[in-house]
Design a protein around this ligand. Sequence first.
Ligand SMILES: [Zn+2]
Length: 304
Amino acid sequence: MNKTHGLAVIACLGGVAVAGSSMMARAQGQPPPDRPAVTVRGQTYTPRSILARNMGTDADQTSQFPPHKVIGNIYYVGTRTLSAFLVTTPQGHILINTTYERNVPVLEKSVSDLGFKFPDIRIVLATHAHGDHQEGDALVKQRTGAQVMVMAEDVPAVQNIKPGGKDHPVDRVLRDGDTVSLGGTTLVAHLTAGHTRGCTTWTTRVQEGGRGYNVVFHCSLRAPGKISPAVEAEFNRTLKVVRELPCDVPLGDHPAQYNMHAKHARLQSGGANPFVDAENCDLETDIQEAMFKAGLEEQAKAVP
Ligand SMILES: [Zn+2]
């Protein structure tokens, strides 16, 4: 495990226990308590179960998941637990999330396995400024010449992601509501801050089988272990914003956020597209909102 990798995991998943009690437990040589626990639609989640679900093992984070078409011109090219999406157009492609720098060859192979050319990537977008989603940006730019576009509020954090000391490219700074267009496809950037200051949810419309679908590339909604008043305000706004987005196809920056593995298995059966799943568009939001509220309650109780 290299240094950047370790730091990135801490960045994305560090807030998994309420700070005060966990520090005390660690001082006594015990693991920090795994709480709060919340139950959403019959399933119970804890900080550690969400960590395990999102990240899996080191091998899960770096192993190719079978690349596949999601819907319309959207393809999955990420690893078993770190999402990367290719949006193809006749004028080149858009890549959403590069994951770790060492995964770039895995992404390249997935793009090529699908019959597309990696150097045809023109634009790199991101969900948020954590290493497990954006560490590969500089290398992808090196190999493709793509423009890297980042939400303004995430620029300071993304510029701190410098694998091997490389400067992190930022070719265009985005604002809430900005659009990115290429070859007839338009993506809209929605600021959904909380997990990071510039966490970005991307939306687009695709056509398949003669009808249109709203696709939502969700940003992580997991609250940090210690929720500051500023982050609390960000989440209160964000949770409303994401619930109001028109959605037929929910996607996420970790496959577990949209149950990708089970849906992918159903692709083989040849029935309706399993990624069209409007009834579960808010499932991940429900889970993370419950964790956020339970975290705030624990935090309030911890105050003497
Ligand atoms: Zn993260």
